[in-house]
Design a protein around this ligand. Structure first.
Ligand SMILES: [Zn+2]
Length: 643
């Protein structure tokens, strides 16, 4: 084994490496058990003594029907063999002190004593600031079935969240935290993860006919005399270590710059290898250019076969899973979308490593925004998800449809902890709504400033666990630098509405009128002279046109308004969007034919785009614009059914 400290893969450490894991494990397929030992360390990053440690015991989420995972969701074991669990058999510290009597399950999030996904180790002494705690444990993990990200089906294994793992000890001030403490949440149906960046040495012994992959770099593979083999992987500065094993995997390798790419798939999907690998390269290229460098020299990804579909669409930094089917037409870029999305997490979950339990939008929403940009950039001329001669759908448009069609879209603010979203709104809020307001922010600031924001966010917060507030601070600084006070002193008003508020954005053109203006018609009294005045005929040719706008939504966003006259002239107005109504009045010889709010689709957060335009008289252009809308709408509806 390599020493946990020190450099084996990377030239310099990317993170403080406050935790590290040396794991030796064996997969016993007959019993669906992974058992082994782990030597784990944790460094106290705070200025105070700490005398307890909290560990995630994720696999116990599958132990009974009473866990948070099962009561909040719909997972249930596939028969007696389907339950999953983890137990610690021995636990000692560096001096060999037995701590088995010092462990107990705790529930930091609720009072559900049947949830045993967090373990507290009470230490007989204090770990001083900067000191290291070593725990030497043996453990046994029974994998669950059906697979919920992790587990087994027949001889297929996807092994994630499988070993005792430290929570994150946050010193006061980190993520605006008022006091020091462990951040170690239970495993919920709707929650992902939060970890320190760690170094991993992982050896797994398994039957020799299995083909395996992991988030580490393969350092050695040795055949054992008992028909097994032992694979040893090393990973540095990643937040989680997962691996997979299945006799049926087909392995393909490639390279992007200095990054070794490994792709595991199944025989029926070998015709998708080129699609899969090129989509990963597209994501690597786009995120490198617009956010920051991908810092690891390796990435492995897996398209789980049909029997392992429950493992699809998940991220573990340098390992991720895509999702596909055995026959997916080239025009439907669902596999590409999933690959781009899950790889993108290497940045927001893996490099930034924000707290997915507490701020899921900061990972899933931000990552969805980038996924949509990448998919629509590389595929289908802006309609990246589906491109057929008469049906096309952008990735952005599909996500927008999920948001605007969700009945509960105003039931929650966008800043909730993941398991607190009511009425099934976790997905729509964390993914779609967040992506829509990030696109809207880009519409306001421009793509260049948006890229500045993310490059600065990366530069400042990579490997440092930023909070949403830290992200907002970067937005405020960069917008001020690039655009001055165009949108006020800061952008807090925007986040108050879209992130901390639950309202909707909707702007509407409600009417257009064109009235002939006439001069004065009536009595004129001047001294003793009383006469009737008639208007000059010429003034009858003038028209007073009014475009009537309304804001039915709660969210206030500056919007552009395009006004089209009967001679083809167009006027573009900037409305600050603040008042409930706004009338634009024009006096001239031409009539207004149609008007449209947000003609360039800069505000996809607007929940109803049909009311954004109003046409008084049909002319070819207006008719075509409306037709475009109907076609787009039809395409979106059809694509929903297709997917
Ligand atoms: Zn995701």
């Amino acid at each position: 084994m390599f020493p946990l400290y020190g450099q084996v893969i990377l030239r310099t450490p990317l993170s403080p490496r406050l935790t590290g894991y040396d794991i030796n494990a064996t997969l016993v397929p007959d019993k669906h058990i992974v058992s082994g030992s782990v030597k784990a360390y944790w460094i106290n990053p705070s200025k105070a003594d700490v005398s307890e440690a909290l560990l995630h015991m994720y696999m116990n989420a599958f132990k009974s029907n009473k866990t948070d995972m099962c009561t909040e969701g719909d997972w249930s074991a596939a028969g007696k063999e389907g339950y999953g669990w983890i137990r610690i058999k021995t636990i000692k510290d560096k001096n060999g002190t037995d701590l088995l009597g010092n462990i107990q399950y705790v529930q930091p999030d609720d009072s559900n004593i049947d949830d045993q996904t967090v373990l507290k180790v009470t230490l007989p002494y204090a770990v001083k600031p900067g000191d290291t705690l070593w725990l030497d444990m043996t453990f046994e993990t029974k994998l669950p079935s059906p697979i919920r990200r992790t587990g087994f089906k027949d001889d297929y294994y996807f092994v994630g969240q499988w070993f005792p793992k430290f929570g994150v000890y946050e010193p006061a001030g980190m993520r605006q935290r008022p006091a020091d403490g462990w951040n170690c949440h239970q495993f919920h149906e709707n929650s992902e993860f939060y970890s320190n960046h760690s170094v991993y040495n992982v050896s797994v012994t398994m039957p020799a006919n299995y083909v395996a992959g992991s988030g580490g770099k393969l350092m050695s593979e040795t055949k054992n005399s008992d028909g097994t083999k032992t694979l040893t992987w090393r990973a540095e500065d990643i937040v989680d270590f997962a691996w997979t094993a299945w006799p049926g995997y087909k392995v393909f390798t490639d390279r992007w710059r200095d990054v070794d790419i490994t792709f595991l798939t199944s025989q029926p999907r070998t015709d998708q290898v080129e699609r899969q690998i090129s989509s990963l390269k597209n994501a690597l290229e786009y995120l490198d250019k617009n956010v920051g460098p991908y810092p690891w020299p390796h990435v492995t990804f897996v398209d789980p076969p049909t029997i392992g579909a429950g493992a699809g669409g998940m991220e573990y930094t340098t390992l991720f899973t895509s999702a596909s089917g055995d026959h997916v037409p080239d025009e439907l870029r669902m596999p590409e979308m999933v690959t781009i999305h899950e790889f993108g997490h290497a940045y927001f979950m893996g490099i930034m490593a924000s707290n997915e339990f507490e701020e899921p939008w900061l990972d899933e929403g931000v990552n969805s925004f980038w996924e949509q940009r990448i998919v629509d950039h590389y595929y289908g001329n802006g309609y990246g998800l589906l491109t057929l001669p008469f049906i096309r759908c952008s990735d952005l448009g599909f996500s927008r449809l999920q948001y605007v069609s969700d009945r509960s879209r105003t039931a929650a603010t966008n800043d909730l902890w993941s398991w607190n979203y009511p009425h099934g709104t976790y997905g729509v809020m964390s993914y779609s709504k967040t992506a829509m307001w990030l696109h809207t922010l880009q519409g306001l600031t421009g793509e260049e400033t948006m890229d500045h924001i993310f490059r600065e966010y990366y530069r400042r917060w990579a490997f440092k666990h930023p909070s949403g507030k830290d992200f907002i601070d970067v937005v405020n600084e960069v917008v001020k630098k690039d655009l001055g006070n165009k949108y006020g002193q800061d952008m807090n008003w925007f986040f108050d509405e879209v992130l901390y508020g639950s309202g909707i954005c909707d702007y509407s053109v409600v009417g257009i009128s064109n009235n002939k203006t006439t001069g004065y018609r009536g009595v004129v009294i001047e001294g003793d002279s009383i006469r009737i005045e008639k208007p000059d005929r010429k003034s009858d040719t003038l028209t007073c046109s009014t475009v009537k706008l309304e804001r039915p939504g709660d969210i206030v966003i500056p919007v552009e308004v395009l006004i089209h006259f009967d001679n083809g002239d167009e006027v573009r107005e900037q409305w600050d969007g603040k008042a409930r109504t706004k009338d634009y009045v024009f006096n001239g010889i031409h009539e207004v034919q149609w008007a449209e709010i947000d003609p360039d689709n800069k505000v996809p957060l607007d929940v109803n785009r049909v009311n954004n335009s109003y046409t008084l008289k049909t002319n070819k252009k207006a008719a075509r614009r409306m037709m475009d809308k109907y076609v787009t709408l039809m395409q979106l509806m059809i694509s929903t059914i297709t997917l």
